[in-house]
Design a protein around this ligand. Structure first.
Ligand code: PMP
Length: 377
């Protein structure tokens, strides 16, 4: 009954953890990919008002013109570069699908970071593209020479995601410059997923926006405002590409959710989210300090994830792999939910933890991880 393409798509490893969680009493959930806080009250009020005032119909495909203007102004303020065009998408997920479909021919090459947010690979393969990986291990920065080597005339997209899911890494200025340089040499498009742009803990976020005329920038509201269920995101970049994505949106998503477009326009841009970010910076500092010295861990510069190495000696038959399965089973016995690195990577040496949890759960989870390290280290 099912298509050939479904043979190549397995259910997400993260969803499987969600299902496990439902069977557990009082689990410590370090597997979650969304902020733990409720959205600010003004935003919820604005959404309710929008529904009561009749914003329940379709909007124009590209999203409300005033919202697009605010988005482009916000991107210009952050990056110092005014984007040519924008559309409002159904989450960054929606923007990824439209962007990939608008850019990729079967046989084109897409360069992805390893590790990465798995949706990229699945969507690229749905478009018939060939995926190649550039390595971010062990410091969550690419090796410019490796990117140069991987890029060729068939390369259509050089992808970057900073701050990163799952590593928490923020790409350096030099790394971003290297990505742009490699793409520019072959005329490929840089697609940059900046959904975690608000969660940057040290300094400002280096971005390819404004460095090259073929940059598709994807941004979102899910993470920053605690509204992943609203399915609100946006894409900015060259007019030709954004027009194509708009045409595809006409025949797929139609438009992003109307009441939430109105709510974001009315309330989001004037909200001061810095106290929320300061709270997450503090959680990041705790993870780094309290998992030391038991774990090999690069301090996350952004997002709300850390990607530590699984403790213990390397397996004799696979020097690059440690016994991840045993570690993850032991974590489950501790009622601790984490995501195996293999859900994001060709390697199984690391695991993802999300510190988007309450301070109490952070304490419990760190204690459980330190007990596990004592057993496995
Ligand atoms: N990109 C990254 C890196 C993410 O972590 C996520 C959510 N887990 C998304 C995109 C998708 O976000 P949304 O569709 O809710 O905007």
């Amino acid at each position: 009954m099912l298509s050939e393409r479904m043979k190549r798509i397995k259910p997400s490893g993260i969803r499987r953890i969600f299902e496990l969680m439902a069977t557990m009493e009082d689990p410590i959930n370090f597997s979650i990919g969304q902020a733990h806080y409720e959205p600010p009250e003004q935003l919820v009020e604005a959404a309710c008002r929008a529904m009561r005032s009749g914003f329940n119909r379709y909007t124009v495909t590209q999203g409300l013109p005033e919202l697009n203007e605010r988005i482009r102004a916000a991107v210009a303020t952050r990056t110092g570069h005014q984007p040519q065009a924008s559309i409002v998408t159904s989450g960054v997920s929606g923007g990824l699908l439209l962007g990939f479909m608008a850019l990729l021919n079967p046989g084109d090459v897409v360069l992805l970071p390893d590790p990465n947010f798995t949706m990229y690979r699945v969507l690229a393969e749905l478009c018939g593209a060939e995926v190649r990986f550039y390595d971010l291990y062990p410091h969550w920065q690419p090796d410019p020479a490796q990117i140069e080597e991987l890029v060729d005339e068939r390369t259509k997209i050089v992808f970057m995601n900073s701050p990163s899911n799952p590593t928490g890494g923020v790409l350096s200025e030099a790394a971003v410059a290297a990505v742009v340089r490699a793409a520019e040499r072959v005329g490929a498009v840089v697609v940059t997923d900046e959904i975690y742009d608000a969660f940057v803990y040290d300094g400002t976020l280096p971005t390819p926006v404004g460095r090259y005329d073929r940059v598709l920038q994807l941004g979102g509201f899910s993470k920053t405002y605690g509204v992943p269920g609203w399915r609100m995101g946006y894409a900015t970049g060259p007019t030709e590409l954004l027009d194509a994505m708009k045409t595809l949106q006409q025949f797929t998503f139609v438009c992003a959710p109307a009441p939430f477009q109105v709510a974001i326009l009315e309330a989001a841009f004037d909200l001061d989210m810095s106290p929320y970010i300061a709270e997450y910076r503090h959680k990041r500092d705790r993870v780094v300090a309290e998992l030391d010295p038991a774990y090999q861990l690069v301090a996350p510069g952004g997002s709300f994830y850390a990607f530590p190495r699984i403790p213990g000696p390397a397996k004799a038959d696979d020097p690059s792999g440690v016994d991840g399965a045993a570690f993850l089973d032991a974590a489950l016995e501790e009622k601790l939910l984490i995501v195996p690195g293999s859900a994001f990577s060709r390697r199984a040496t690391h695991f993802r933890l999300s510190f988007a949890v309450s301070d109490e759960d952070l304490t419990r989870g760190i204690q459980a991880l330190n007990r596990l390290a004592a057993r496995f280290g």
